[in-house]
Ligand binder design. Structure first.
Ligand code: RM4
Ligand code: MN
Ligand code: MN
Length: 427
């Protein structure tokens, strides 16, 4: 998409009158409430979300995969796709690589390609949940928790290698998600498995460069269905605390049992200074990996309420978390899906920024749940889309990214370039 900037400009010219009207209305309303619109917009402009390299193709389920065509065939093409997203919404300024799905061959070339689109490399992800063709030992019965030290060593070495790739690209964090666990009662000694996992993680931790972090992800089930070694935030927090200052928990929205109060987990982890990163997606049942905000937008808003509370607290001890999307499903055009995801995340963020925190605290002090709910929902029910559009406009992005993406026939062009059968690496 060589002419993307011109396309954006021309399309913005057409859609500007409508935008001006809705933005004018909202900003006047907010100014009347003494909310500084310009500082809101600056926060929205600064908020960048990393796209995982595995979300650029159509995801599969265990029943099949239906490629929509034009999927990226290489890391270079994946970077080009994220570059396009970033040009459109000015909010996808980073990419999160999965190794070995996306091993950079020529690191310097990849680095400068990403830089040419204004992209940085966020956390790198290791993969010890699948066996690779040239691999000596199998992860069938676990990786970092395995009973056999040779398997554990292989998994440790893989993570150390991922750190090397990430370091060369300018990443500053490693995310570890383990499939380790058991599908049958009695299969695994829980205490030994957790102890072995901790010791393996210690080895990996020892290989982190000075200014790096390690994110420990948790998940209650799947692919193991009886137990998972790092099953919940408590276990992740325990490991991160024992490992040291560079270790943090990572919250993936899909990795909770139904009705778990995720916003409370966020608050607790931030209180401890241990919330390292986020994986955004949405779900009805479990790790569905649907578009964030498509099923439970109110939950997303409540999570952002806690995030903003934590981030805006001048005494916070939590470093700024890494924001990453972790979604991929088999129906939508992946690029449209990612545009929707980023929009949904930023809507929730903007709404959370609108909450009248002083009034909310006062309602809490007065034990007034009715008023507290009114205050929260007043922010939640504000249509902030024109604020986001204005932030995009000021950063050089598109007022209506999905609309323009469709008008410009991007997918058809990608199919022409890459073919209708191209399938990108991922699940
Ligand atoms: C897992 C987990 C990881 C992701 C893999 C592909 O369920 O969410 O973060 O990298 O899927
Ligand atoms: Mn995840
Ligand atoms: Mn997941």
């Amino acid at each position: 998409m060589e002419h993307i900037d011109q396309l954006i400009e021309a399309h913005n010219d057409q859609t500007l009158p409508d935008h001006r009207e809705s933005f004018g209305y909202l900003s006047q309303k907010l100014e009347r409430r003494n909310i500084q619109v310009s500082s809101l917009i600056e926060k929205l402009q600064a908020f960048q979300i990393a796209v995982p390299s595995w979300a650029l193709g159509t995801g599969g389920t265990r029943f099949g995969r239906f490629s929509g065509g034009g999927e990226p065939r290489s890391l270079e093409e994946k970077i080009a796709d994220v570059g396009l997203l970033h040009a459109l919404n000015q909010s996808a300024g980073a990419i999160s690589l999965h190794i070995p799905w996306d091993i950079p061959q020529d690191v310097q070339a990849i680095r400068s390609l990403a830089a040419s689109y204004g992209l940085a490399f966020d956390a790198v992800n290791s993969n010890t949940f699948q066996d690779q063709p040239d691999q000596k030992h199998s992860y069938k019965f676990g990786s970092l928790c395995h009973t056999d030290s040779k398997v554990r060593q292989q998994a440790i070495d893989h993570n150390l290698e991922v750190i090397k790739y990430g370091d060369a690209l300018g990443s500053k964090a490693l995310t570890v998600w383990l499939a380790d666990g058991a599908s049958f009662p009695g299969q695994l000694n829980f205490r030994k498995a957790l102890q072995r996992t901790f010791e393996s993680l210690q080895e990996i931790y020892g290989g982190l460069p000075e200014d790096w972090k390690i994110f420990v992800e948790y998940k209650p089930y799947e692919p193991n269905f009886y137990s998972t070694v790092i099953q919940d935030w408590g276990t992740s927090h325990l490991l991160a605390s024992k490992l040291g200052d560079k270790a943090f928990s990572l919250v993936d929205l899909g990795h909770h049992l139904p009705n778990t109060n995720i916003e409370q987990i966020v608050a607790t982890l931030m209180m401890q200074g241990k919330l390292g990163g986020f994986h955004f997606n949405d779900s009805k049942f479990g790790d569905d990996d649907l578009t964030v905000g498509s099923i439970k937008p109110y939950q997303l808003f409540l999570i952002f309420n806690e995030l903003v509370e934590g981030m805006e607290d001048p005494n916070t001890i939590n470093p700024s978390p890494a924001w990453m999307i972790d979604a991929s499903h088999n129906l939508k055009d992946p690029l449209e899906d990612l545009l929707q995801s980023i929009e949904a995340i930023k809507i929730a963020y903007a709404q959370a920024l609108l909450i009248d925190r002083a009034a909310l605290e006062e309602a809490r002090e007065q034990n007034d749940p009715t008023l507290a709910q009114e205050i929260l929902q007043d922010a939640y029910r504000t249509d902030v889309r024109s604020l986001l559009a204005e932030a995009r406009l000021r950063s050089g992005g598109s007022l209506e990214p999905i609309n323009l993406y469709r008008k410009a026939n991007v997918r058809q062009q990608l199919i022409q370039e890459r073919g209708s059968k191209s399938i990108s690496t991922g699940l």
